[in-house]
Design a protein around this ligand. Structure first.
Ligand SMILES: Cc1cc2nc3c(=O)[nH]c(=O)nc-3n(C[C@H](O)[C@H](O)[C@H](O)COP(=O)(O)O)c2cc1C
Length: 144
């Protein structure tokens, strides 16, 4: 499991980040990743998880999918959002992984940064999420 970090992190301030991301999405700017993945060819299945930003896939994940060739692999997307859904995110995974088998994604409501709500998938919500995730993984035949 690896999280994507940027050479130049986004601002601490939520609104400033929203504005920067909107500009990046408009221009197609791909931020430089600090995270390097040694030998992506070792992996046959890649889970690709990202929050919804501006109803899209966040620019760092676009950078990752541009930079690493997932051809011939199975790609499994999943998403958290503040209640507005995944937006274009899963469609973008398909577009950026044209030679991968992209399975049906999973999307769930997580925190709401705008309101300073960060870590919510805990306690009762974590149990519900675990049940939903299990059902999804069975449906896409990753587990039995
Ligand atoms: C820059 C930015 C833009 C966002 N835009 C959206 C959005 O368009 N729709 C939405 O539902 N949530 C939006 N969110 C909220 C996140 O998707 C949400 O808080 C998510 O649960 C965070 O997941 P995480 O805790 O896994 O990082 C945005 C958050 C940030 C920081």
């Amino acid at each position: 499991m690896v999280s994507l970090e940027l050479e130049k992190p986004y601002p601490e301030n939520y609104q400033r980040t929203v504005q920067q991301v909107a500009k990046e999405n408009e221009t197609g700017y791909l931020p430089l990743l600090k995270t390097k993945i040694d030998s992506i060819e070792k992996y046959n299945i890649v889970f690709v998880g990202f929050p919804t930003w501006g109803m899209q896939m966040p620019p760092p994940m676009k950078s990752f999918l541009h930079q690493y060739d997932l051809s011939g692999k199975t790609v499994i997307p999943f998403n958290t959002n503040a209640g507005y859904g995944v937006g274009d995110g899963f469609q973008t995974v398909k577009e950026l992984c044209p030679n991968s088998e992209v399975l049906e994604g999973f999307s769930i409501k997580g925190g709401v940064e705008r309101d300073g709500v960060y870590f919510v998938i805990k306690d009762e919500k974590a149990k519900e999420a675990a049940t939903e995730v299990k059902r999804w993984l069975q449906k896409i035949k990753v587990i039995r």
